[in-house]
Design a protein around this ligand. Structure first.
Ligand SMILES: [Zn+2]
Ligand SMILES: [Zn+2]
Length: 432
């Protein structure tokens, strides 16, 4: 993959600027000088002496952010590192990612966050770490949240595991509230999912695989909503996957509970029917659900109950996934396919408008995490994703930037791809 270059003086000619709030499109040339949007609009620069990029046919929006990814550094650098994760993020069109803290050691101390941020220094992709809720991610004692916020934590989560103890979750919501940060929970009642490999229902019965029922997710969603209401804390539900969860969250929001949530592209597109054939790349947690759940998730995005699309990028080595279904680890990679899947399956099929879809991948996560919204205007720091909405490509796992290959979308023909990125004084032009 080619490297980002300093954005000293770069002119993107002929792009279409898409306003994510209004959905309005306007033709735009963008002149970037030292990482700042120096000029924007219809520009006539007769003898331009900088880097000129023909961006006609592309759409430009505030830089995309994936707020739920797993990098395996520290601990499993053979599966992903900060560097390979940042490359995968660029290839997927993201200028920012939030790594989850289930590393070895976990991100429950300042030193680990300092290390991660240090590893991301000089990258075009910004890293906003999510710190562990509990010390050692054991679910017993709350981590030193103040220290972790100082070290750059934008949220708290024990993802990979639920915060099982309700009293710990209550304290987490109370403490995180003092710092204005959300607690992100992986909602799963483990006593109901123990030994489970896929969604519990008609398909699991047919396949003879142990199931994970929807109610296992919904019990913890309901518990967390009650705790968020009681404490006034901010809850963010990770990877919502069931119609029941969406309805619980919708009602709680209507009551004024401080709750937001996210959904993954795979839960928006695939059902548990994909498990037929026993491809372990269809094994994730939460599992793929039913067509009715997919419909409810799409409706939740449309009506604003769900604010964010996040990939839950979870790399696993080939040899780990290459075992029988029940024994395989949960999780798939997603950074490089997320945008194109959303463009083809949701925008292309008129489930969402382009602005709605990209809002859930840009403004949405920033709002959830309390980060400043990006502006595409003269004088603003340039943090931009240029998308070629018509580029057709096939997911070829031998050409992914991630160190891992575990995707159920291998061989899929997709439409829409990143064209260029600008961030942190750098720009990168996708060359393929
Ligand atoms: Zn999770
Ligand atoms: Zn996760």
């Amino acid at each position: 993959m080619n490297q980002p270059k300093p954005a000293h003086k770069v002119l993107f000619k002929g792009a279409t600027l898409l306003d994510l709030e209004s959905g309005k499109e306007s033709p735009a040339d963008l002149l970037i000088v030292d990482g700042v949007i120096a000029e924007l609009g219809k520009l006539d620069i007769p003898s331009f002496d900088g880097e000129l990029i023909d961006a006609s046919g592309t759409v430009v929006v505030p830089g995309l952010m994936d707020m739920h990814v797993h990098l395996r550094e520290p601990g499993r650098e053979d599966e992903e590192t900060v560097e390979s994760g940042c490359r995968a993020a660029m290839a997927g069109g993201f200028t920012a990612i939030c790594p989850m803290p289930n590393t070895e050691p976990p991100a429950d101390k300042r030193e680990v966050l300092d290390f991660l941020r240090d590893r991301a220094r000089g990258q075009l992709v910004e890293l906003f770490p999510i710190a562990a809720v509990s010390k050692g991610r054991k679910g017993e004692e709350i981590a030193e949240m103040g220290e972790l916020v100082d070290a750059g934590a934008v949220a708290f989560s024990d993802d990979g595991d639920p915060v099982h103890n309700a009293a710990v979750m209550r304290r987490a919501l109370e403490y995180a509230k003092m710092f204005g940060r959300p607690v992100i929970d992986h909602c799963e009642e483990r006593s109901l999912t123990a030994g489970g490999a896929m969604n519990e229902g008609f398909v699991s019965t047919n396949l003879g695989l142990p199931g994970m029922p929807a109610v296992a997710e919904e019990i913890i969603v309901a518990r967390d909503l009650a705790l968020a209401k009681y404490t006034g804390g901010r809850l963010h539900v990770a990877h919502v996957s069931t119609a029941g969860s969406v309805e619980l969250i919708r009602r709680a929001r209507a009551e004024g509970v401080q709750v937001t949530c996210e959904v993954t592209p795979h839960h928006l597109i695939l059902t548990d029917q994909a498990v037929v054939g026993f491809d372990t790349n269809t094994k994730m947690n939460p599992p793929l659900r039913t067509a009715a759940d997919v419909e409810a998730l799409r409706a939740g995005l449309r009506d604003g109950t769900i604010q964010v699309i996040a990939s839950d990028h979870a790399p696993h080595a080939v040899e780990e996934k290459d075992v029988e279904y029940a024994a395989a680890p949960f999780g798939i990679i997603g950074l490089e396919t997320s945008l194109a899947l959303v463009l083809r399956e949701l925008v292309g099929r008129q489930v969402l408008t382009l602005a709605q879809a990209l809002r859930a991948m840009s403004a949405g996560p920033r709002q959830v995490l309390g980060l400043e919204q990006l502006k595409v205007e003269k004088g603003a720091r340039a943090n931009l994703t240029f998308i070629d909405p018509h580029a057709e490509w096939v997911v070829d796992t031998s050409r992914l930037e991630s160190k891992c290959r575990n995707t159920p979308f291998a061989g899929w023909k997709l439409r829409g791809r990143v064209f260029a990125l600008v961030n942190r004084g750098l720009y990168w032009r996708a060359v393929r």
